[in-house]
Design a protein around this ligand. Sequence first.
Ligand code: CO
Length: 174
Amino acid sequence: MVRDIVVYPDKRLKSISKKIGSFDHTLHNLLDDMYETMCAKNGVGLAAIQVGVATRALIINVPLEVEEGTHDQPKENTLEMINPVIIEKDGAEKFQEGCLSIPGVYEDIERAKHVKVEYFDRDGNKHTIEDDGFLAVAMQHEIDHLDGKVFIEKLSYIKRKKFEKEWKRKLKEA
Ligand code: CO
């Protein structure tokens, strides 16, 4: 089921999401709905708080190009991360980010280049993953959501002010 996306500046996006203790039907249902919601909105990642659930779950699915201009996000390619923790990070790189909670806004954000993350899958099995490409960016962006942070908070003061002004205007027009 596609769920509603929580849109900035909704206060729920500031929630510190709670650790998940049971890997049960409720969690599986949430993850399945998050996948459907992410695909419906053409996103590459989604944190549970973005559908209003303040628990430490996120999904990432980097689209595959099947033919030129056609992308696919098969469910089996979805990285589901429960209670993820960054255990190592180094380097720095700028990358253009967007967010389903701030649709239509894209900004260059600096983050660690390489991260190593420990997490659990939907069945409670522990895994470790490391990356220094797009996935590293996506993991840091989504883990930030679990701590109540959105990417535009990383903008400079001037850029942030400009964003807030334009966002207010956009919400009024909608
Ligand atoms: Co986001």
